[in-house]
Design a protein around this ligand. Structure first.
Ligand code: CTP
Ligand code: MG
Length: 224
């Protein structure tokens, strides 16, 4: 079976607050994008890798990650993913969508996701148990009023790579309402069953300056 990994890297990184888009920010001597692609190569699950970047950075990305196919993304993450699906072409049986913003994801996470899709699950996501106590609030009051304490044993914090049978990802994106925050969310909305395999703390997403600090420390220690 042919496996393609789509790497959405076309966001601007507003919450990170750097002068350049997040995927082009330094992570211990190379860009977040290069680190992410190196992790995908190390995982050795992919036949092809498609990287989706801001239109004005396509040439830069081609220099940074020459072994990949680089295409321009869109204004929203799901548009960027669709650009990646188109570029991956019709020959991929399994498509993984993996955020550039999770450059430290260990190979074993890729393997678990791909193995579960190969085993016949149409949509597979890595997830972790939640450590904090979670409360639902009514944000209309100030200070916010607690409505309920949610049973965290039944919750998972979801990461990427998210893996799909090609048909499932196409169906999910054909029905994009613009409300889902991940690809599996789109799949759920059109009735596709999504399964969870164990994620890894190293698959953390770099969103804020705090996350970047942690990721840089992990890289500097040299033992992710
Ligand atoms: N992404 C994308 N195209 C977009 C928006 C996001 O390819 N139009 C990618 C990002 O580059 C990132 C991943 O989707 O790798 C997850 O998005 P997020 O962490 O939100 O990154 P940004 O959108 O860049 O950050 P922010 O929301 O803070 O601006
Ligand atoms: Mg974003």
């Amino acid at each position: 079976m042919t496996v393609s990994v789509i790497v959405p890297a076309a966001g601007s990184g507003t919450r990170l607050g750097q002068s350049k888009p997040k995927a082009f920010v330094d992570l211990g001597g190379r860009t977040i994008l290069e680190a992410c692609v190196a992790g995908i190569v190390e995982a050795a699950v992919a036949d092809t890798v498609v990287v989706v970047v801001p239109a004005d950075l396509v040439d830069d990305a081609r220099r940074l990650v020459p072994a990949t196919t680089v295409v321009a993304g869109g204004a929203h993450r799901s548009e960027s993913v669709r650009a990646g699906i188109d570029a991956a072409g019709p020959d991929s049986d399994i498509l993984l969508v993996h955020d550039a913003a999770r450059p430290l994801t260990p190979p074993a996470v890729f393997t678990r996701v791909v193995d579960a899709v190969r085993a016949g699950h149409p949509a597979v996501v890595p997830g972790l148990p939640v450590a904090d106590t979670l409360k639902q609030v009514d944000p209309s009051t100030g200070p916010e009023r607690v409505v309920a304490t949610v049973d965290r044993d039944l919750l998972r914090a979801i990461q990427t790579p998210q893996g799909f049978a090609r048909d499932a990802l196409l169906r999910a994106h054909a029905d994009d309402t613009g409300l889902a925050t991940d690809d599996a969310g789109l799949a759920e909305r059109c009735g596709i069953e999504v399964h969870v395999v164990p994620g890894d703390p190293l698959a953390m997403k770099i969103t804020t300056p705090w996350d970047l600090r942690i990721a840089r420390d992990i890289v500097a220690e040299g033992s992710p």
